[in-house]
Design a protein around this ligand. Structure first.
Ligand code: UTP
Length: 474
């Protein structure tokens, strides 16, 4: 009997073992396996095996010829106030013209947090216990109202969490944004491989597939038709952020304006590192191109270098907040005009079948996963700009269950932000030396999503409530 052409292609590529148990499967299981196999780009996979699975590959290579990348400092740190004001005006104009779409990547596995469910459904606010998705939805709704143009919100999910994410949004009536303005789509997957380059099986009818990283979002935006949808809606500028950071100014007129006024194809926010050891990527120039070098790849000596005034030389840390030109994303997705993003390898424990078809749960890393990182698009941008942001106003991710970057630190950072806004508006609020109040309070993004919008709403209140435990401003 003639072989299925896909099976032949896998055999030809040295991956025929993927179908070792095919004859033991019923028809439905065979179809499942074939469908998963069809997701694999065998040519791409062979290239990755050659380049990333050789003993010399990965870790610390290719980081020569670096200098710190320039960035636009905030006005309080020496930046030009007029340039920042012009950026804000340009960004607000773009928002009023409906040129901006919002984009959240939410396809991660969230293993460190260990929460059972899509990370966006994690309750994060101190009083109302709003989920991450609700916080973003309210910020997006508030910006839409302010600029008179509802924004389209694109959310990248994974195969593992797509259905649950969809059900969550439907169950919450899309938080009032309207189903037509919230667009969910799945990211791509990559097969995990053993160290010998053989694709691993998760079951007799399933490959060991893993999400292809947040960098996979660019091709997923294209493949899902999201870029076309944006074009139809008149949006040419994409505001990108990650699902774990409720502090993010996800519709930031200043940032959008800097991006547009610089004619950038991709832009990034940087925050000064808290110290040489902080585990964030570094904005660098390499051969004149903007690039992000991970903390694992930047030599420790460089991470410790200081300027004469004592500041770290490589201080501009990457926090996963970007603006993209829509057509740049399309170019990246198609790999046109030399646009390319490298895959990174991560050594992991991958449960998989052994040659006899038994499931093995390894105690040590037995395989390799391949991921794309979104910041790797920066060197392909014809123009790119990095602006400084205040960490306290933009970045407090929930990554770990406890300790740093946990729900507890994020809750405290939200509280501190609201205390700052309240005090700036003239309210009296008790707080410790770090700015943390002795009780929980909460501000809805619909009341204020930054210091200015908060102050405007606060001024409009006929009766200003005392700032006490449990205060909720909505
Ligand atoms: P992280 O790098 O923190 O990974 O993702 P993670 O998978 O969420 O968490 P851990 O490492 O397993 O604990 C940063 C952002 O990128 C998204 C995540 O959802 C998060 O918003 N992401 C990551 C994707 O959308 N897809 C991926 O394949 C990886």
């Amino acid at each position: 009997m003639a072989q299925h052409p896909l099976i032949e292609a896998f055999q030809h590529a040295g991956q025929g073992h993927v179908f070792a148990f095919f004859d033991q499967l019923d028809a439905a299981a065979q179809q499942r396996l074939l469908a998963e196999a069809a997701e694999v780009d065998l040519g791409e996979f062979a290239r990755l095996s050659r380049t990333l699975l050789t003993p010399a590959a990965g870790g610390g290579s290719g980081v020569t010829g670096l200098t710190p990348a320039p960035y636009e400092p905030r006005p309080e740190n020496g930046g030009d106030p007029a340039a920042w004001a012009a950026a804000r005006v340009a960004g607000e104009e773009a928002l009023r013209a409906g040129r901006v779409a919002v984009f959240t990547v939410a396809g991660g596995q969230g293993t460190r947090l260990g929460f059972d469910g899509p990370k966006g459904t994690f309750p994060v606010t101190p009083v109302k216990e709003k989920t991450l998705f609700q916080v973003f939805a309210e910020k997006i709704a508030a910006a839409g109202r302010r600029f008179g143009r509802p924004l389209h919100w694109f959310i990248m999910t994974s195969h593992a969490n797509h259905a649950a994410t969809e059900a969550f949004f439907a169950g919450h009536d899309y938080f009032g944004l309207g189903a037509g303005h919230v667009h969910l789509f799945r990211q791509g997957r990559m097969p995990a491989a053993g160290h010998d380059g053989k694709i691993l099986l998760a079951a007799k009818d399933a490959l060991a597939l893993a999400p292809d990283g947040h960098g996979g979002s660019l091709r997923a935006l294209d493949r899902s038709g999201s870029l076309d949808l944006m074009a139809q809606a008149g949006a040419d500028t994409i505001s990108y952020f990650q699902v774990d950071n409720p502090l993010v100014r996800c519709v930031d007129a200043e940032f959008i304006g800097w991006h547009l006024l610089c004619g950038a194809e991709m832009s990034a926010k940087a925050t000064p590192k808290t110290g040489p050891g902080e585990k964030v990527g570094h904005f660098c120039l390499q051969d004149g191109r903007l690039t992000v070098v991970e903390y694992t790849d930047l030599p420790v000596a460089l991470q410790r270098e200081t300027e004469p005034d004592g500041q770290l030389r490589y201080r501009a840390g990457s926090i996963g907040i970007h603006v993209f030109d829509r057509e740049f994303v399309r170019r990246m997705a198609c790999g046109g005009d030399g646009a390319a993003m490298p895959f990174h390898r991560a050594d992991k424990k991958v449960p998989c079948l052994d040659a006899a078809g038994r499931l093995v749960k390894p105690a040590a890393p037995n395989g390799v996963k391949f991921e794309l990182f979104v910041f790797d698009a920066l060197p392909s941008a014809r123009r790119a700009v990095v602006i400084e942001t205040r960490r306290a106003d933009d970045f407090s991710p929930v990554k770990n269950a406890t300790g740093e970057d946990s729900p507890a630190t994020c809750r405290a950072d939200q509280l501190r932000q609201w205390v700052r806004w309240l005090r700036a508006a003239g309210a009296e609020v008790p707080a410790d030396a770090t700015g943390l109040p002795p009780f929980a309070l909460e501000v809805s993004p619909l009341f204020g999503y930054d210091e200015d919008t908060f102050a405007a709403s606060w001024r409009r209140l006929a009766v200003r409530p005392p700032v006490t435990a449990g205060l909720y401003l909505a």
